[in-house]
Design a protein around this ligand. Structure first.
Ligand code: FE
Length: 199
């Protein structure tokens, strides 16, 4: 597989060709395609994942349901759809920190995180996060995981898409779900960054 800008251009050209063909054959209309792009660029995004995480932090029964069957629990909040049919949520603890990758391509839980950032699709990230996770998190993301904490990397696929449930930050007792959701970053649900600190 080709890398970098030329790889992206090639992919874009292939997608464009496929789109034209599907429109020509009457499988989809141009406005259907525009609508789907709009949904995943503007409406579905990490704010939805943040909502799920905040609910987990205040509702332990929901936490169990999410860890048991993420897709089903997300549907309770009206969150679901394309590329989220089979999701597994990995819970960070004091002992273990999780991070996700798709070593093969760019599988990612769209309904809760939106479309993947470009670096997630970068062959460098995909190869290195598996080989030297602690170093990649520190060097590329400025995210230092304590040596006492084990780092586990999860390789997503089209069958199974992982994402991370970060730990609730200290100093947030009594906070509302909305206040908590504002602390949850996209990167914390990928596992490459922290949640925001309570202030
Ligand atoms: Fe993939």
């Amino acid at each position: 597989m080709s890398a970098g800008a030329s790889g992206q251009e090639e992919t874009a050209a292939r997608v464009k060709a496929l789109e034209s063909m599907l429109i020509e054959k009457g499988v989809v209309t141009s406005s259907m395609v525009d609508r789907i792009v709009d949904i995943y660029e503007n409406q579905v995004g990490p704010q939805l994942g943040a909502k799920v995480v905040a609910k987990v932090w205040i509702d332990n029964d929901f936490r169990h349901r999410l860890l048991d069957n993420a897709a089903e629990a997300c549907r309770e909040l009206g969150i679901g759809g394309l590329q989220g049919e089979d999701m597994v949520v990995l819970e960070d603890t004091d002992e273990v920190h999780h991070a996700i990758v798709c070593t093969l391509c760019s599988c990612y839980p769209w309904p809760v995180l939106g479309l993947p950032p470009n670096w997630y699709k970068d062959p460098q990230y995909r190869a290195r996060i598996v080989r030297e996770p602690r170093k990649v998190l520190a060097d590329d993301f400025g995210f230092n995981v304590a040596d006492s904490v084990e780092i586990r990397i999860w390789d997503s696929s089209s069958e199974m898409r992982y994402w991370v449930l970060p730990q609730r930050p200290a100093g947030t007792d009594g906070w509302s779900e909305e206040q908590l959701a504002a602390l949850v970053t996209r990167d914390s649900m990928i596992g490459v960054g922290p949640v925001k600190a309570a202030s």
